[in-house]
Design a binder for this molecule. Structure first.
Ligand SMILES: [Zn+2]
Length: 244
C-alpha cells in the first residue's frame, strides 16, 4: 500500500470504495469532494443509501412515494457528476431508521456483495453537529449499523449464516473505514481542487437545496482557517480506522 500511512487516502493500487449513508444527498454533502478526488485517482466508488429520503419536503402536495422517486433521480444525477454509477437504494422509510439486526443483515449483504476495500459511513457518536445543531437520528443509526456490519458480521461467515448458505455470499473483510460527520477526525484531506465539482453535484439535489446560488455561496464560505481571499482552501475530515 506504499506510503498511505503518511498520506492516507492515496493508494498506489486500485481501491473499491463503498459509501453507506442514510439519505440521498448525504454522500455529496458529507464527503462529495473526497469521492470525486478518489474517482479522479482511478478508484471505484459505489453508493448504498439506506432510506428513500421520503420526508424531506415542505411541499404538502407531494406523497412520500413521489418524493422518493424524485430523490432517487436526483441522487443518480448527483452521483454521475462525481463519476459514480452504481447506487443501491435499500428503501427504508426516512426518519425512522434504527440500527437493528435487520438493517445490519441488509448492510452485511451489501458489503459481502460489493466487497469494498474502503467503507465510508458517518459517525454514530455525533449527537450535536460541529455547527451546533442536532444531528439527524438516521445519520446516527446508519453509521452504527454500517460499523456493526463491517465488524464482525461481514467478516465472519457464521453471522447471518443464511447469507452464506442460501445466497452464496462469502465473508468479506473491509480494510479501512472512513467515518465522516465526526467530531474526532484523524485525517484531514485537502479537497480544494474538487470543491467546485462537489457544489455542482449538490445542485442536482434540486428538491433539497433551495436557491442554488445561496447554497454555492454557503459552500464557498466553508474555507479552512488558513485560507486567504486569494487562496481559499477546502477540507473534508474523517476518522479513519484501519482494520487490517
Ligand atoms: Zn441526511
Amino acid at each position: 500500500m506504499g506510503n498511505q500511512d503518511n498520506h492516507p487516502g492515496t493508494w498506489e493500487s486500485h481501491q473499491k470504495v463503498l459509501v453507506v449513508l442514510a439519505h440521498p444527498d448525504d454522500p455529496e454533502f458529507f464527503c462529495g469532494a473526497t469521492i470525486y478526488k478518489w474517482v479522479q485517482a482511478g478508484h471505484e466508488v459505489h453508493y448504498c443509501l439506506i432510506t428513500c429520503g421520503d420526508k424531506g419536503t415542505s411541499d404538502v402536495t407531494l406523497s412520500p412515494d413521489e418524493l422518493c422517486a424524485i430523490r432517487q433521480r436526483e441522487q443518480r444525477a448527483a452521483a454521475r457528476v462525481l463519476g459514480v454509477e452504481d447506487i443501491k437504494f435499500l428503501g427504508y422509510p426516512d426518519g425512522y431508521l434504527v440500527a437493528d439486526i435487520h438493517l445490519r443483515r441488509d448492510l452485511t449483504r451489501v458489503i459481502r456483495t460489493i466487497k469494498p476495500d474502503i467503507l465510508i459511513t458517518c459517525d454514530p457518536q455525533t449527537l450535536f453537529t460541529i455547527t451546533g445543531g442536532l444531528n439527524h437520528p438516521d445519520h446516527r443509526a446508519a453509521g452504527q449499523a454500517a460499523l456493526d456490519a463491517v465488524y464482525p458480521s461481514a467478516r465472519d461467515h457464521l453471522y447471518f449464516i443464511e447469507l452464506w448458505n442460501e445466497e452464496n455470499l462469502e465473508p468479506h473483510a473491509v480494510r479501512e473505514v472512513w467515518v465522516c460527520g465526526t467530531l474526532q477526525p484523524n485525517v484531514i484531506l485537502d479537497v480544494t481542487e474538487f470543491w467546485e465539482t462537489k457544489i455542482q453535484a449538490l445542485y442536482e439535489h434540486k428538491s433539497q437545496i433551495g436557491d442554488p446560488a445561496k447554497l454555492a455561496d454557503r459552500m464557498r464560505k466553508r474555507r479552512s482557517n488558513d485560507s486567504t481571499a486569494e487562496n481559499p482552501r477546502y477540507e473534508e475530515r474523517f476518522r479513519r480506522i484501519v482494520l487490517g
